[in-house]
Design a protein around this ligand. Structure first.
Ligand code: GLV
Ligand code: MN
Ligand code: MN
Length: 391
């Protein structure tokens, strides 16, 4: 079968492996992830790769070079998803890498380096609100604070020796509308935005919705609501800055009870680390002011901070040459979304290729990719590896 059609069929099959019936949700180390790793592992094996799962639930397929003492180049993306996800965010990159290997094998290409395809186990950070657990375990950059949050302490054993690796390349859907606007199937990524993830808790006093006069309330949810609008207003005031409250938990959570406490997540991103950090500082001050005004207690907990990462110039140039070789206009664009490459940049040079997705829609079951665009992704990635081998 045509490799792109096979890839699309595989994305569909993987899209039905979920932790939540009726919608696609596959989180770090969950039963769904274990089943997904089994299935993708079987496809890696069919492509001639040696397969194993590491201590951080990363799925690894390896092609050993016949050259002695060869170093290793990494390809990959992630196999975890957000809640109610689309089928392509993550899996497209892993399955494109497998298809590229199939294409290289079919043409009898040999490599002067080992090639590893990794399906990383946690790019989205849904399970613990801290992203990149798989790729940071792999790069050996997990912190004591990360480990304190999670149950699976053994993931530190997934750490690899940085000296083994030449670089990392990832194919991913764009998750935005730029390629579609330029009528292009693929584009080369220049940088990955930094991100801060935090948790804010407002503590008030739970009370009777019918008896406590409005002037005497300490309503945690009203305070949280004021803060959420302040988050939106700040991000809207600065081009490029984005800030999101994506989850909110209210306790006790009944229609006739004034909310006693509210916990919410905050995600802040910008291409410039200084802008992001200043925004987090301003939002902390804003939350404190709202809490004070309303007689609430605020608990502000930074959960994760990832600096912006610039893609490697040499690897990016190779991707650019491959794209230009197809007679396509070369579009270079930054990524507002986070990617495992951001974590792996601590251990080796990284580069990324984006594939167009319909309407720029992502983190949504309506995610859609054309077979022809997936085909271009496979061709460019296979050529990238071949060019790298000739360097
Ligand atoms: C992952 O998709 C992220 O950017 O949060
Ligand atoms: Mn992703
Ligand atoms: Mn995602």
């Amino acid at each position: 079968m045509n490799l792109a059609r096979l890839l699309m069929e595989r994305c569909n099959a993987l899209g039905s492996i979920t932790d939540e019936p009726g919608r696609l949700t596959r989180t770090f180390a969950s039963p769904g992830m274990r089943r997904a790793n089994k299935l993708v592992g079987s496809w890696m094996r069919a492509a001639g790769l040696h397969v194993r799962e590491d201590a951080a639930f990363n799925l690894i397929g390896r092609w050993n070079s016949s050259k002695r003492g060869a170093k290793t180049f990494l390809l990959g993306s992630h196999l975890d998803t957000v809640r109610d996800a689309g089928r392509y965010d993550g899996p497209l990159g892993v399955l494109t890498a497998i298809a590229a290997v199939q294409s290289l094998h079919a043409r009898g290409v040999t490599l002067p380096f080992n090639l590893e395809i990794v399906g990383f186990s946690d790019e989205e950070g849904v399970r613990y609100q801290t992203a990149y657990l798989g790729s940071r375990a792999f790069a050996g950059t997990l912190t004591a604070a990360d480990l304190a949050r999670i149950k699976e302490k053994q993931i530190v054993k997934a750490r690899r020796d940085h000296r083994e690796f030449l670089g990392y390349a990832e194919v991913h859907i764009e998750q935005g509308p730029v390629l579609e606007k330029h009528n292009l199937p693929v584009g080369v990524v220049t940088a990955i935005a930094g991100q801060s993830r935090l948790r804010a808790e407002f503590y008030g006093i739970a009370g009777h919705a019918g008896t406590v006069p409005m002037a005497m309330r300490h309503d945690a949810l009203a305070g949280a609501a004021e803060f959420i609008l302040a988050v939106e207003a700040l991000a809207k005031s600065k081009t490029g800055l984005v800030a999101t409250v994506g989850k909110i938990e209210t306790t006790p959570g009944a229609s006739n009870v004034i909310a006693g406490n509210v916990a919410l997540t905050l995600d802040v991103r910008d291409q410039k680390d200084t802008v992001r950090l200043a925004a987090v500082k301003m939002l902390h001050a804003k939350a404190a002011a709202i809490a004070k005004k309303r007689g609430l207690k605020l608990v502000w907990t930074p959960v994760q901070k990832t600096a912006a990462v610039h893609c490697d110039k040499t690897l990016t140039r190779i991707f650019s040459k491959c794209v230009a070789g197809h007679g396509l206009e070369l579009l270079r664009l930054p990524s507002g979304a986070g990617h495992d490459g951001a974590a792996l940049s601590a251990m080796c040079p990284v580069a990324m290729l984006f594939v167009r997705c319909k309407g720029g829609i992502s983190h949504n079951p309506a995610e859609s990719v054309k077979t022809a665009d997936a085909s271009m992704g496979i061709a460019v990635l296979a050529e990238f590896v071949e060019r790298l081998a000739r360097q």
